[in-house]
Design a protein around this ligand. Structure first.
Ligand SMILES: Cc1cc2nc3c(=O)[nH]c(=O)nc-3n(C[C@H](O)[C@H](O)[C@H](O)COP(=O)(O)OP(=O)(O)OC[C@H]3O[C@@H](n4cnc5c(N)ncnc54)[C@H](O)[C@@H]3O)c2cc1C
Length: 394
């Protein structure tokens, strides 16, 4: 709870308003000068708004009641892993996750076209770290992951590739169990206030938190930090500026018959506009023939802003010789920040270090490795750093 300078957000009467909500005068509701104004803003009938303390409390509770110990921006694997780890180690801390997407998982993404189902973001996960390998074994036991393959034509005996069940988002859904997550909630800015963080959402609501973890791709994180004039140390600014991503255009195509792609249904191409084709039917994701085509980084960068239907047609045309089936329908998705091509060398950044900022941690696959495993390891590192901060300062 914030306790410094308690002040009512609506009437700004720190001495007399019993509501005494914990915001400084600069956080006062924009354009709200009275309980009636607040009633209009929050669609409360004028008759119900009497300018007394009870109503102020009610209005605040309806609109800006949102307070949490730790706010996490991003319900991808980094954000979900951070939240799940913190909540398993400290049940006293209240954690909220917000994500602008309609579904969980961020770049672990699934889509349907009629009866066809696609993994159109991350295709599989690999394990290098022993703790992450144990986590994948747990997901297998829980029925949300299985080994997809460990070799395919032209590449035998390589390390195991695991897939999520029934799709890659199955992992995200498992991690999200029991967590407080607000989807379709876009953060527009963040700024420091009263030893904590104010996170502004599209639509005007705000969430106050004592600690903040941001897991969006780094260019989006930098834009959020700039929106709140948050100055990081020069060293951290330089580290973040160095991180670069490649983009990826993904085509999801339904087929008139099973593809001729050999088992296990994965085709990695080293030359040309197409980098990857996976057969979602062979993979066990789709009941009907359906493939995901990923364009190469170079092709995606060159054509990212081109007409998506045209690009889809071009990629489908180039994929046809590998498919041995006709494409009956397709959709295109552009991943602007698909995978980091330069990463930081620590698993997360404690961005408040060497500043007077409240606890702020930046995490995601740009820190612990450009893949699913890296995102989870980074989330765990962020959880550890945040828990350490809270234990030192409680
Ligand atoms: C096409 C593609 C193929 C891939 N293939 C593989 C693969 O085969 N194997 C592998 O290991 N990895 C693969 N990856 C990489 C892997 O998906 C990522 O490394 C991992 O999912 C990143 O997780 P994250 O939590 O760091 O970020 P994300 O999953 O991107 O999560 C960040 C979240 O932040 C949210 N967000 C951003 N801005 C805001 C805002 N302003 N307000 C609210 N929410 C916001 C986003 O909606 C998103 O959900 C692939 C990625 C892509 C795109």
């Amino acid at each position: 709870m914030f306790t410094e300078n308690p002040i009512c957000l609506v009437c700004v009467k720190s001495q007399t308003c019993l509501a005494k909500y914990v915001f400084s005068a600069k956080d006062r509701l924009h354009g709200v000068k009275s309980g009636l104004d607040a009633g209009t803003k929050f669609n409360i009938a004028p008759g119900a708004v009497k300018q007394n303390l009870v109503n102020h409390t009610k209005i605040i509770t309806m609109s800006l009641e949102q307070q949490t110990d730790i706010l996490i921006i991003g319900a991808g694997l980094a954000g979900l892993s951070a939240a799940s780890d913190i909540s398993s180690k400290n049940t006293q801390l209240n954690i909220t996750i917000v994500d602008k997407g309609r579904g969980l998982g961020g770049r672990l993404a699934g889509r349907r076209i009629k009866d066809a189902t696609f993994d159109h973001g991350a295709q599989f996960m690999t394990t290098r770290d022993t703790k992450f390998a144990a986590q994948v074994r747990q997901w297998i036991d829980e029925g949300v992951a299985e080994e997809w393959y460990s070799s395919f034509p032209g590449q035998s005996n390589s390390h195991a590739r695991y897939r999520g069940k029934p799709t890659m988002t199955g992992i995200a859904k498992q991690l999200a169990r029991g967590l407080n997550i607000k989807l379709s909630t876009t953060v527009t800015s963040v700024y420091a206030s009263n030893n904590g963080w104010v996170t502004e959402l599209y639509g005007g609501d705000k969430i106050f938190s004592r600690g903040l973890i941001i897991t969006s791709p780094v260019p989006q994180t930098l834009a959020l930090l700039a929106s709140g004039n948050i100055s990081l140390s020069l060293n951290n600014q330089e580290r973040l500026q160095r991180i670069k991503y490649e983009s990826c255009i993904a085509v999801m195509a339904t087929l008139d018959q099973p593809s001729k792609i050999s088992a296990p249904g994965a085709l990695a191409l080293s030359d040309g506009p197409i980098a990857w084709i996976s057969d979602n039917q062979q993979k066990g994701v789709s009941k009907v023939p359906a493939v995901t085509i990923h364009a190469s980084g170079d092709y995606s960068a060159e054509h990212f802003n081109d007409d998506r239907t045209f690009i889809g047609q071009q990629l489908v045309h180039l994929a046809l010789p590998h498919l041995g089936a006709a494409v009956t329908d397709f959709q295109v998705h552009g991943w602007r920040y698909s995978k980091p091509i330069t990463v930081d060398n620590s698993p997360c950044i404690m961005a408040c270090e060497s500043t007077d900022l409240p606890p702020l941690i930046l995490a995601g696959d740009a820190f612990a490795g450009p893949r699913v495993e890296g995102a989870v390891l980074s989330g765990w590192a962020a959880a550890e750093a945040m828990l350490e901060h809270f234990s030192l300062n409680s």
